[in-house]
Ligand binder design. Structure first.
Ligand code: ADP
Length: 203
């Protein structure tokens, strides 16, 4: 099963992806984390993108696409990926669809965590003291929120046409959100199981 999870900065995508990954033995593919690792390791790519990330802008679609293709093409992660932070715009949503098709895979569910701006500001201020991310300064976080809002409508419309989108109230507690997500995943898993049984029965 492949899952997409998105929401504004501070929505809790990372926390929830991590919990789902553990529970269902999936792999959390956080593009933000991958990019921050490039910066931490002072790679050539890291040096090129650090000012972009730290100012709250999006890295180019091509760079992120190359990074995720490495995982999609790897058998170890086949049908086991949680895309945390990808796609972030329509071009990325279309690209993800094409990449998955190229490797004979698909997305099973798209989760959108909805959170209002006041909660986001509060959470990011708290996170700033723990993770010390340079892009968690208040003005930069607001910029990231605006970038998200401007780009995400077309992503939402894209997934609505495939009936994959589930909206979750990201204002709830970590446990409540995680229970809600688990129930959605279990329902899909049960459904996939039935389809497989039906296929065998009709052979
Ligand atoms: P948040 O969702 O809180 O902004 P992330 O860790 O998901 O945190 O992303 C941090 C930053 O990494 C983004 O502001 C952006 O600069 C970069 N980034 C992450 N994912 C993508 C992506 N899919 N496309 C372009 N840039 C990305």
């Amino acid at each position: 099963m492949n899952i997409v999870i998105f929401g504004p900065p501070g929505a809790g995508k990372g926390t929830q992806s991590n919990l789902i990954a553990k529970k269902y033995n999936l792999y959390q593919l956080s593009t933000g984390e991958l990019l921050r690792n490039e910066i931490k390791n002072s790679t050539k790519l890291g040096k090129n993108i650090s000012s972009i990330i730290n100012s709250g802008n999006l890295v180019s679609n091509d760079i992120v696409s190359d990074l995720i293709e490495k995982y999609i093409s790897n058998e170890i992660y086949r049908e086991r990926l949680i895309f945390d932070g990808y796609p972030r715009n329509l071009a990325q949503a279309q690209n993800l669809d094409n990449l998955l098709k190229k490797y004979n895979q698909k997305i099973d569910i798209v989760l959108k965590l909805s959170v209002n701006l006041e909660t986001i500001k509060k959470r990011i201020l708290e996170r700033k003291t723990v993770e010390k991310r340079l892009d968690d300064l208040e003005e930069i976080a607001i910029k990231r929120y605006e970038t998200y809002e401007n780009n995400i409508v077309s992503v939402i419309d894209f997934y609505k046409q495939f009936n994959l989108l589930k909206v979750i109230n990201g204002e709830l507690s970590v446990d409540e959100i995680s229970n809600e997500i688990s129930a959605l995943i279990d329902a899909i898993k049960g459904w996939l199981y039935k389809i497989r049984q039906y296929k065998y029965a009709s052979i």
